[in-house]
Design a protein around this ligand. Structure first.
Ligand SMILES: *Cc1c(COP(=O)(O)O)cnc(C)c1O
Length: 414
């Protein structure tokens, strides 16, 4: 870059931004720049009213009749199909259910069932801990005949050999934002006869995903990050149609039964994706999630991705320009095609810096041991937000405002 970036440049980008009207659809508090939508998405304005209506008009008035009258019983499939459109799934290949962790358990067990002769699960050392913990727990239950083999991101491909049952990867890394080439990794897994299981928690609503195009087998993902479904929102799962009838779910609950209301004594799996439902769905959580998903579907994914790349590129360029890359070291990949919608920087005082930043209204988060993490959500962030966030960060570093005892105390949730 030959000339420095000015505030006016960013204001011009905001004026030309095709997504700028989405910001008003969210309740962002005054004085807050929210760079943590990758951890807990913001509240869509419509959510409160929709949830209130379901509580008062459906639960309150129509009581148990609501399961039929208001379509509660199909809600998981309906929202699942909508999420399916965001991730390139075919009809009847996605459903909303449980949490991401529980869905990982279900999908990992399914993958092992599809590859009965094989004993190795390959994943990545820096995968999100729950993904690894779930695998460890399942393997213990299976009598420790399997092994979980962890490789560094650049070594995963080489670790995929002919004895691997399943390759389990998070598409966009929760900490660094590093993104795998989904098609390439899936092809690699298939070339060795392995099942490919993707965790899309940091992908859906943030980057284009094409599960069908990549010929993916199984996937899971989170509802409360870029989908703005609310704290602890239900998660989703994807099973390619070609596998569905070959899997007998590990968590064989009554609502995954072929005929739940026949109350039979023995489990018979439902025909399609429904067999991966376990028990009664959280209707209030699903209602909130649907608002977030509907909003996301209104925005063209190509525009979301283009703005996300521009926001991250500008943020990083401004960090270099205003602060210096030697003070805040970028840990995320520099190549745009290799990263999701977040950036992270290493700094030995990352924790107190983030606390000071949050005190001044710029909300990101901290990931141990030394990572400052910033998520970029094109629907409710402006370019000017990027300018103001970097300016605040610069001021905190220059003034050493972070070096106060209260900023050094650790909180329970970081
Ligand atoms: C956020 C996230 C989860 C969340 O799991 P929960 O069961 O919903 O708490 C799982 N995996 C990854 C990669 C995540 O980023």
């Amino acid at each position: 870059m030959t000339r420095s970036i000015t505030r006016g440049d960013l204001e011009a980008l905001d004026r030309a931004d095709s997504l700028r009207d989405f910001r008003d659809r969210f309740a962002i508090p005054e004085g807050v720049i929210y760079l943590d939508g990758n951890s807990l998405g913001a509240l869509p304005r419509e959510t409160s009213e929709r949830v209130r209506k379901v509580i008062e008009d459906q639960w309150g008035r129509d009581l148990i009749r609501s399961w039929n009258a208001h379509g509660w019983i199909d809600l998981q499939q309906r929202i699942g199909a909508k999420i399916g459109r965001l991730i390139g799934a075919g009809e009847g290949e996605t459903v909303v259910a449980d949490s991401t962790s529980v869905n990982l358990y279900k999908m990992l067990a399914a993958a092992l069932e599809l590859r009965p002769g094989r004993r190795v699960i390959v994943s990545e050392t820096s995968n999100f801990p729950t993904d690894l913990y779930i695998a460890q727990g399942l393997l213990r239950q299976l009598g420790c005949a399997h092994t979980l083999q962890l490789a560094a991101p650049e070594d995963v491909e080489a670790a995929i050999t002919d004895d691997v049952a399943v390759v389990m990867l998070t598409h966009v890394n929760y900490r660094t934002g590093r993104m795998y080439d989904m098609q390439r990794m899936t092809e690699r897994a298939h070339a060795h006869g392995a099942i490919m299981l993707w965790d899309l928690s940091h992908s859906a609503g943030a980057v284009p995903v094409d599960l069908s195009g990549a010929n993916a087998d199984l996937a899971v993902g989170c509802g409360y990050k870029y989908l703005n479904g609310g704290p602890g929102a239900p998660a989703y799962l994807y099973v390619a149609r070609r596998h569905q009838s070959r899997i007998s779910p590990a968590l064989s609950g009554w609502l995954g039964h072929e005929s739940p209301f026949a109350f039979e004594r023995s489990y018979r799996p439902a025909n399609g994706i429904e067999r991966f439902i376990v028990g009664a769905p959280p209707i209030l959580g699903l209602t909130a999630l649907e608002v977030g998903v509907d909003l996301m579907l209104e925005a063209p994914m190509s525009a979301v991705r283009a703005k996300s790349l521009q926001l991250t590129e500008l943020f990083d360029a401004l960090v270099t320009q205003e602060i210096g890359a030697e003070i805040l070291a970028l840990v995320s990949p520099r190549e745009p095609e290799m990263r999701g919608s977040q950036l992270c920087y290493a700094h030995e005082s990352g924790w107190p810096i983030m606390r000071a930043l949050i005190d001044r209204g710029v909300i990101g988060d901290f990931r141990a041991p030394d990572i400052l993490r910033f998520g970029f959500t094109p629907l409710y962030l402006s370019y000017l937000d990027v300018w103001n966030a970097v300016a605040t960060l610069e001021a905190i570093l220059t003034e050493r405002a972070w070096d106060k005892p209260r900023y050094h105390e650790r909180a329970l949730v970081t």
